[in-house]
Ligand binder design. Structure first.
Ligand SMILES: *[C@@H]1O[C@H](CO)[C@@H](O)[C@H](O)[C@H]1NC(C)=O
Length: 479
């Protein structure tokens, strides 16, 4: 009796225990990473709503492979897993009793293969293009799960698409390349899991953006050696990407060709002074272009005929006093040099109120005053022959009272009035200026000059360049 009662008690106790463990009260919760690098070790933790020692907990995968078993003796139960090629899938933890099996939530693990073997390919290949053409760079990885890409141009990070580069996935595209796109490029493929980045960089690729060749310009200088005079002929393109092959032609006949890693080549030919040696041309050639220069006569005429001065008075805004431009001309002479004299003494190249420009053929009197009023003359001789004789011009008189209402000057005044319209712009001024111009159109007189002069003082001062510019305007009007 006592024995059967004990057994019954034991049975009841066991039933209660089973009910408790197998009932809805036991819950399992699995936590673990959603992504892991191949060959890394990850940790899963299984939390039980209560301890049910001495049972054991299993870590299972997908359809039920048991990967690991541990005693559920502490909270939480921790499993370590070395990630390999087959580790991707769903993970659970499970507690099995005779009557029942409890399974946790699923943790989905994605295996990330770290990027490896990044390399860059260009289209076109080799990466040499002419400006205006496009190119595409593709970043390839030998291995790696869904990498992201970053780009470097001349070691600078290109983080996003810019007006210069368009980024899209693993490609970088440039539609119309210019010089700014040239240089080195590299890409880097990256994986990123939590705080762990894996990256792999490509080698550099150098993009060469070639410039279009411009037509060459031919010019020559004369020099003397033991055999006599020779022309040092320059053939030069303003832009382009070397190497360039320059070829010299005399009367259409090929003379010489040179390939240079510059944009200019020099050739020499013997020259007899005073004789027409023929027509020179040169050509410039690259892999893409072939261009011809304008023809130039290979003729060196010695300075001859007469020398004469062409003079113009120019108004200057900052003073009432005008400036004057003196131009020395010779009837002929390919390589003249000039010198100037004032009241029979030489004019120094850098004077206080003089400026000699354009290889000495022009003299500008910045401010005509009593100090520089007087007689001017110029002379010219061959620059290549220091023993050649000077050709003298007649003297011209420059003084303050020379400012008559000459034709040139009237034009200058008209030009000022025109300038006035632009600067002052007001209706009042506009009207008076129109009147001023009308006055000038009919008959220039002193009153009209006063108006224009006074207003001129209010305008900005005139630079040397503006004097030049104005001179051009005047010359055009003279024509
Ligand atoms: C021709 O001129 C260039 C530029 O001045 C110079 O570098 C070159 O040496 C000259 N050549 C000869 C043969 O004098």
């Amino acid at each position: 009796m006592g024995e059967s009662a004990f057994l019954l008690l034991m049975q009841l106790l066991l039933a209660a225990l089973v009910t408790k463990t197998g009932g809805a009260t036991l819950r399992l919760e699995l936590t673990g990473p959603s992504k892991a690098y191949l060959k890394s070790t990850v940790m899963f933790q299984c939390k039980l709503s209560e301890l049910i020692f001495p049972r054991s907990c299993d870590l299972i995968k997908d359809s039920g492979d048991v990967l690991d078993t541990k005693l559920c003796e502490s909270q939480p139960v921790t499993f370590y897993l070395k990630v390999d090629d087959r580790s991707e899938g769903e993970y659970f933890c499970r507690v099995r009793t005779k009557e029942q099996t409890e399974t946790s939530n699923a943790v989905k693990l994605q295996v990330v293969i770290p990027v490896q073997g990044t390399h860059l390919a260009s289209e076109p290949s080799p990466p040499i293009i002419y400006e205006g053409a496009g190119f595409t760079l593709r970043c390839h990885v030998r291995r790696g799960t869904l990498p992201t890409y970053v780009w470097y141009h001349n070691k600078q990070l290109v983080a996003t698409s810019t007006p210069l580069h368009r980024l899209s996935g693993s490609t970088l595209t440039v539609e119309q390349a210019s010089e700014r796109h040239a240089g080195t490029y590299s890409c880097e493929a990256q994986n990123y899991i939590k705080d762990h980045t894996r990256h792999s960089s490509s080698r550099d690729i150098t993009i060469v953006v070639k410039k279009y060749l411009s037509a060459p310009r031919l010019s020559f200088r004369l020099y003397h050696d033991d055999s006599g005079y020779r022309a040092n002929i320059s053939c030069r393109s303003e832009r382009g990407t070397p190497p360039v092959t320059f070829q010299l032609l005399l009367d259409g006949k090929h003379m010489e060709a040179k390939q240079v890693y510059l944009l200019e080549a020099f050739f020499t030919l013997p020259v007899t002074v005073g004789l027409d040696m023929g027509v020179l041309r040169c050509s410039a050639q690259t892999d893409m272009h072939h261009l011809l220069s304008d023809p130039v006569d290979l003729e060196v005429a010695p300075v001859g005929g007469t020398a004469y001065i062409h003079m113009q008075y120019l108004w200057r805004t900052e003073s009432v006093l005008p400036a004057a431009l003196l131009q020395c001309n010779v009837t002929r002479g390919t390589f003249p040099i000039f010198s100037w004299s004032f009241n029979h003494s030489p004019v120094p190249p850098e004077g206080e109120s003089h400026a000699i420009i354009s290889h000495g053929s022009k003299l500008i009197l910045i401010d005509i005053n009593t100090g520089n009023s007087g007689y001017y003359s110029c002379r010219a001789r061959d620059s290549f022959n220091s023993s050649s004789s000077w050709l003298e011009s007649k003297e011209v008189m420059v003084n303050e009272t020379g400012i008559g209402a000459t034709y040139v000057e009237v034009i200058a005044v008209a030009f000022y009035c025109f300038l006035l319209v632009i600067i002052v712009g007001g209706a009042c001024c506009l009207l008076s200026t129109i009147k001023c111009r009308r006055d000038h159109d009919t008959s220039p007189n002193d009153q009209h000059m006063d108006i224009c002069e006074q207003t001129n003082r209010e305008t900005e001062t005139m630079s040397e360049a503006q004097v030049e510019e104005m001179e051009t305007v005047i010359m055009e009007k003279e024509v």
